[in-house]
Design a protein around this ligand. Structure first.
Ligand code: MSP
Length: 501
């Protein structure tokens, strides 16, 4: 059995989750389910990033201690993952003691090996991004963060630095040799040209407690007392502390990760800091960092600080969870930015879900009831082929390809009905082989669709499975066999996706 370890980023707990967070997590869930269906041993990790100035400030604004504040936000994430049918295997919080212990062990090892050293940092810091900005941009005469263009603050502190710079050539070489280390290609090229154009600075990995209380305390000795570790150094390590780091004999230890799924705003920490941290720790880099775009609202990134949040609960209440999951995967090519609107959701819902998929099931079951007393007929000659290119789509993060392959197949099913006209065939005195082949074939097709759609729309798939009268649970072994559904008693239910006017 191959194993498949995939992760989402750890979400900041400064506010409730929104569409942007839901997007990363839904994609991860679909991939996890796809691999489970394939029979892989999946470990799907998600969780929350709870330290740092941003959380400290949000907690203060809410009149709570940081941990108490984090405790009040985390259930909102778990609740949303439940609503969205997210099948994660483990939820890590950066305040969990196994994580903080693992981070301290990593810090100690790197310090003892001379890969971390003290120095005074005199420069700019971006609180919203929790990053040091050695080269700020100037806008309207004021220094701003070169990434997010928000105001930054000046700090002068003695801190500990990680020797990131030493690994520049190694990292560039690793990326060049491994096509699929960063996908899509545009992001890979972005990192490669960054590494070619700029000298990689060493990374500041601490904050004095006098400036930031809310972090993982650095072990003293060997570090001077009074330091906490910098958010990114803490958070990135979750991908291995969740597996039991530093205990590599832990039965949970399945490093390297197959996929870190992230948004484009956190490319640099994942594609630069993290592989170098791993290399310094003597561990392999992850196999793939897969980078998606942003959901925009009127051209701006959706975020709490911009106040343009679309609450996933509202949309799910309106359209249902599977339509939401489907929309997120289908609407925007992976890696591109997309614009969320209810108009676009309505269009997809009515066209793809109500008309194409919903109708195919409904028409097929209605006719099986009408012409065969609800029992799927046996047939000999099959009119239905298999959809093409599915695996390629999934394996290359081209979800649109995977989904449009399925929808082309659904179209074939609807066209088969329109062209063969079962209602005309049924008028023949004896129920012809052709009528049996059309309806029996369609039942087999829908059964296969239920399996193939399961990673994206698990409850809809289970519903189709049940309405077709398929026994047992959805599984890959039951994928395609002509005649597999013959003899089943269908149980037509309500339409899967009632049309929205
Ligand atoms: N805590 C860090 C990640 C640490 S990982 C070791 C962080 N958290 S975050 O909550 O700000 O963002 C988490 C993820 O949500 C990122 O992948 C980010 O791209 C994604 N999104 C947040 N807003 C988004 C949109 N508007 N659209 C799409 N995804 C975006 O960064």
């Amino acid at each position: 059995m191959s194993r498949y370890y995939l992760t989402t980023p750890l979400y900041y707990v400064n506010a409730a989750p929104h569409l942007g967070h839901a997007y990363t997590t839904v994609i991860a869930d679909c991939l996890a389910r796809y691999h489970r269906l394939k029979g892989d041993g999946v470990f799907f990790l998600t969780g929350t990033d709870e330290h740092g100035q941003k959380i400290e400030q949000a907690a203060a604004a809410a009149g709570k201690a940081p941990k108490e504040f984090a405790d009040s936000i985390v259930p909102g994430f778990k609740k949303l993952w439940e609503t969205l049918h997210i099948s994660y295997d483990h939820f890590i919080r950066t305040t969990d003691s196994y994580h903080t212990d693992g981070v301290r062990a990593a810090l100690e090892k790197l310090f003892k090996e001379g890969k971390i050293y003290p120095k005074t940092y005199d420069g700019w810091y971006c609180v919203p991004d929790e990053t040091f900005c050695p080269k700020p941009d100037i806008e309207n005469g004021k220094p701003v963060c070169p990434d997010c263009h928000r105001p930054i603050e000046q700090i002068k502190e003695k801190n500990y630095f990680f020797k990131l710079g030493e690994y520049q050539n190694w990292l560039a070489g690793h990326i060049e040799k491994n096509d699929s280390f960063i996908v899509p290609k545009t992001r890979r090229n972005e990192v490669l040209s960054f590494l070619k154009d700029q000298k990689l600075q060493d990374l500041c990995i601490s904050r004095p407690k006098a400036r930031l209380e809310w972090g993982i305390e650095m072990p003293s000795p060997p570090f001077e007392p009074g330091y906490v570790t910098y958010v990114w150094f803490d958070a990135l390590l979750n991908y291995i502390t969740a597996l039991g780091y530093p205990d590599m004999k832990n039965p949970k230890w399945i490093w390297p990760a197959d996929v870190h799924l992230i948004g484009k705003d956190i490319l640099r920490p994942h594609a630069i800091y993290w592989p170098v941290m791993l290399k310094a720790l003597g561990l392999e880099p992850p196999k793939t960092v897969a980078v998606h775009g942003w959901w925009l609202v009127e051209g701006e990134k959706m975020s709490k600080s911009r106040g343009n949040i679309v609450d996933p609960h509202t949309i799910v209440a309106e359209y249902g969870v599977d339509a939401y999951r489907y929309f997120l995967l289908r609407e925007v090519p992976f890696g591109h930015d997309g614009t969320f609107s209810e108009k676009a959701m309505d269009k997809r819902y009515n066209a793809d879900l109500a008309n194409d998929l919903g109708n195919l099931l409904h028409r097929t079951l209605t006719m099986i009831e009408k012409y065969f007393g609800g029992v799927v007929p046996c047939y000999t000659q099959s009119f239905v082929g298999m959809p093409a290119d599915l695996e390629k789509g999934w394996d290359s993060f081209d979800f649109q390809k995977a989904i449009s392959g399925l929808w082309a197949w659904i179209d074939q099913g609807n066209t088969l009905i329109d062209e063969r006209k079962p209602w005309v065939l049924a008028k023949a005195a004896a129920k012809t082989e052709e009528l049996k082949a059309v309806l029996g074939g369609l039942a087999d097709m829908l059964r296969t669709l239920a399996i193939l759609l399961w990673p994206i729309m698990p409850s809809t798939s289970e519903n189709i499975w049940k309405q077709l009268g398929c026994p047992g649970k959805i599984s890959r072994e039951k994928l395609w066999a002509a005649g597999a559904s013959s003899g089943q008693k269908v149980q037509k239910g309500r339409p899967l996706f009632p049309r929205r006017e």
